[in-house]
Write a protein that binds this ligand. Structure first.
Ligand SMILES: C[S@@+](CC[C@H](N)C(=O)[O-])C[C@H]1O[C@@H](n2cnc3c(N)ncnc32)[C@H](O)[C@@H]1O
Length: 274
């Protein structure tokens, strides 16, 4: 675990100024590192994917607990530094890549795994959408910008609900997040952070790509009623869906944000059986 002073020194030695664009706010609080590992119940033999290992603070904790770590880091200076400090560790696998191209780094997805990451905030939602396309991790413990955590945990009827909230709700139990003080990072970010804990459901549900695309489209027109959104698609499957909703007491005048998860799962079913 790197202290604040060690983090500063290491960055200086690398000739680096933390990049805002890459969300480079490094963890300098050992309690938060420990809490992340505890929430994910990381034990020897676990396989863990880490996005944005940075200087390797969280990575070190994961390796100390005996995990096999697949990390993906975009910044070549940090990747070089990790190869120098962790390169000899046989349980450490580093992909120098964009996590949007390699959401799981070099992990082949051939066994159960977890994700523990202090995410670069700019990619958290699109990266999560990629993760939810599978294979699904058993657990995810993620440091997120507060707005992203609210979006991920939003319930129907709330203002933050979006397609990603529903994709997540179908597959994961979303535990309440823990607020993390700005002083736990170097440099201190000018936004609030939340540590979120997600546990895969016993029977996770996922939406077909076609349904996901349609849901995203509907949520970009969230002020429109579900009836007009569905009818504009000119599809018998969607007409059928509206009828199913109506018989369940959900009128076509509702807006996408008001529909419960079940209604979206029914949309998936209607599109699959069309
Ligand atoms: C919030 S910092 C976390 C650093 C370290 N894990 C820690 O907790 O101290 C985010 C890290 O993600 C890296 N990063 C930013 N965008 C990335 C991307 N698209 N793909 C992979 N890594 C990225 C940054 O270079 C940085 O190391």
């Amino acid at each position: 675990m790197l202290t604040l002073t060690q983090t500063r020194e290491r960055l200086q030695a690398l000739g680096m100024h933390p990049s805002k664009k890459l969300g480079q706010n490094f963890l300098v609080d050992p309690n938060i590192v420990r809490k992340s590992l505890d929430l994910a119940k990381v034990t020897a033999g676990d396989t863990v994917v880490e996005v944005g290992p940075g200087l390797g603070t969280l990575t070190g904790g994961l390796l100390e607990r005996g995990a096999e770590v697949y990390a993906v880091e975009l910044d070549h200076r940090l990747a070089a530094s990790l190869r120098e400090t962790r390169g000899d560790e046989p349980r450490f696998h580093l992909a120098e890549a964009d996590a949007m191209d390699k959401p799981l780094g070099d992990f082949p997805g051939d066994r159960p795994f977890k994700i523990v990451a202090n995410l670069p905030y700019a990619i958290s939602t699109p990266w999560m959408e990629k993760i939810l396309a599978g294979p699904l991790p058993e657990k995810m413990v993620l440091m997120l910008q507060r707005e992203a955590a609210e979006r991920f945990t939003a319930e129907p009827g709330g203002k933050n609900i979006g397609a990603v909230s529903l994709f997540l709700a179908a597959a994961y139990v979303r535990r309440p997040g823990h607020a993390v003080a700005r002083s736990c990072f170097y440099p201190a970010p000018d936004i609030d952070s939340v540590l979120l804990h997600l546990e895969r459901r016993e029977h996770p549900r996922s939406f077909a790509p076609q349904t996901r695309a349609l849901m995203r489209k509907f949520f970009t027109q969230r002020r429109k009623q579900i009836g007009s959104l569905a009818r504009q698609e000119k599809s018998p499957a969607l007409d059928h869906w509206l009828a199913v909703l109506e018989s369940a007491g959900l009128p076509p005048t509702l807006r996408p944000e008001a529909l419960p998860l079940d209604a979206w799962l029914q949309l998936d079913q209607a599109l699959q059986s069309a």
